[in-house]
Design a protein around this ligand. Structure first.
Ligand code: ATP
Ligand code: MG
Length: 227
């Protein structure tokens, strides 16, 4: 059976207004990612990688062009509709974690599943936190966790809703070698066992090479390249 297209992007541009005038961050991106593919986006700091990931996940609205996730498209949708599409398809690990400060580690991880009405949310969150090596930190609040621990909570949370597509911005950026390996194994486990499509931004060439494909961002333009 032919694999479905998970993500399709056509002529995507993104311009923001800053205090020094308009700045075009993304300059005509085209790409297609198939279901259960793993794709790394690499490129220098400031080239537009996080901006692209945020747009693909529907967290912000692009200036022009089209983004499709499966049969849904984000352009000209309300924030509400984009939230529904995100809920249906997307898990996201942010470069800066975005944990809710007033919730304990376990509550942060439970939240997406709980919002979907999953009665097993707490048990699942416990299992996930154990997998990322944090069973001894379940009831800590984000400000009581180290950067790497917060990163691992954020990863467990992204896994909790069993997303069809997982976007991860520097998933191993704040981790030591041992925990980095653990997270990479988890990511590819999810990819193999659930057919989850993985799209990750990374500065780690070793991790990028483990992905099926490598895309290079350079000044807001994307090219395919094997490392
Ligand atoms: N809302 C905004 N307003 C103005 N400039 C922005 C805005 N968002 C991003 N930029 C600029 O756009 C460029 C691309 O940012 P982006 O965060 O996508 O880079 P990146 O490739 O993820 O970099 P890094 O590897 O450092 O995380 C940067 O120069 C950034 O300063
Ligand atoms: Mg970034």
């Amino acid at each position: 059976m032919a694999r479905k297209t998970a993500i399709k992007v056509a002529n995507l541009t993104h311009t923001v207004t800053s205090n020094t005038g308009d700045l075009t961050i993304l300059k005509g991106i085209n790409m297609e990612i198939l279901e259960s593919e793993s794709v790394a986006i690499v490129g220098s700091s400031g080239s537009g990688k996080s901006t692209l990931l945020g747009l693909l996940a529907g967290l912000d609205v692009n200036t022009s062009g089209d983004i499709h996730l499966y049969d849904e498209h984000f352009s000209s949708q309300t924030e509400e509709t984009r939230a529904l599409i995100r809920g249906q398809y997307v898990g996201f690990v942010f470069q800066s974690f975005h944990l809710l400060p007033s919730l304990q580690a376990i509550e942060n991880v439970m939240l997406p599943a709980e919002l979907k009405g999953d009665k097993q949310a707490r048990q699942k969150a416990e299992v996930l936190l154990e997998k990322v090596g944090l069973s001894h930190r379940l009831t800590h609040y984000p400000n009581q966790l180290s950067g790497g621990e917060q990163q691992r909570v954020a990863i467990a949370r992204a896994f909790a809703s069993n997303p069809k597509i997982l976007f991860a911005d520097e998933p191993t950026g704040n981790l030591d070698e041992e925990n980095g390996k653990l997270i990479v194994e988890l990511l590819f486990d999810l990819n193999r066992s659930q057919g989850t499509t993985l799209v990750m931004v990374t500065h780690d060439n070793g991790l990028a090479k483990m992905c099926d494909r490598q895309l290079v961002m350079s000044s807001g333009q994307l090219t395919e390249q094997s490392l």
